[in-house]
Design a protein around this ligand. Structure first.
Ligand SMILES: Nc1nc2c(c(=O)[nH]1)N[C@H]1C(S)=C(S)[C@@H](COP(=O)(O)O)O[C@H]1N2
Ligand SMILES: [Mo]
Length: 204
């Protein structure tokens, strides 16, 4: 049996002063970009892939990959805050503005909530105003390069104002709703609102 002569010391990682105001309570900053999800990474087949918009929309959409790629794009930068306590800062995304989707689909004024649909039934819910926030994007690119499979290729939602489980990877659709509906983790007791600045990790 190995005997320790000195106690092992654990140190809390220090948050650099320059970014401390960008790190929500109870989070630490990782210099890496972790990969986190449940289930398997889906295979992207551009011929079979589509992007659907439905629910409270006068013009429901079913776009092919080529059609999606023809939409106008924006560039957005933002941070990812995972509820498991890592924050990964300064991500640069290119993709389609949520507002573009809302306009194309002629979303009904009665719509107040959005359910983001990923591959294999993964979902996350957010209010429409969070979806339309300036820093939210339906991203196809990160750091100028196409998304890699593990980070959500070909398309992911990025919702920096909420814990990152709402940033649905492998996004395949957006549903507009009048009433809120819990998504995958929200059904398991994770916070519905999930504001990292208020440390809303779980439903009280
Ligand atoms: N489709 C899908 N999207 C997902 C998840 C998932 O399990 N499935 N996990 C979420 C969680 S918990 C986090 S922290 C982020 C992680 O994104 P990253 O792997 O690009 O860092 O993806 C989110 N998007
Ligand atoms: Mo997460």
């Amino acid at each position: 049996m190995v005997q320790r002569t000195r106690p092992v010391r654990f140190r809390r990682p220090r948050i650099p002063d320059a970014v401390v105001h960008r790190v929500p309570p109870g989070q630490f900053v990782t210099p890496r970009w972790p990969v986190l999800h449940q289930g398997d990474i889906p295979v992207f087949d551009p011929a079979a892939w589509d992007f659907r918009v439905w629910g409270l929309a006068a013009q429901p959409l079913d776009l092919t990959w080529d059609q999606f790629r023809d939409l106008p794009t924006i560039a957005v930068s933002g941070d990812l805050h995972c509820v498991t306590r890592w924050s990964s800062l300064d991500h640069e995304w290119d993709g389609v503005a949520p507002r573009t989707i809302v306009e194309l689909a002629a979303v009904d004024p009665a719509a107040r909530f959005v359910l983001l649909h990923g591959e294999a039934g993964y979902t996350a819910n957010i209010p429409l105003d969070v979806f339309l926030a300036d820093d939210a994007v339906l991203a196809t690119h990160h750091g100028g390069a196409p998304l890699t499979p593990e980070h959500g290729a070909p398309l992911r939602a990025v919702v920096p104002g909420r814990y990152a489980w709402k940033s649905v990877k492998w996004l395949r659709g957006v549903e507009f709703l009048a009433e809120d509906q819990p998504g995958f983790w929200e059904e398991f007791g994770y916070s519905n609102s999930a504001d990292p600045w208020r440390e809303e990790r779980f439903e009280p």
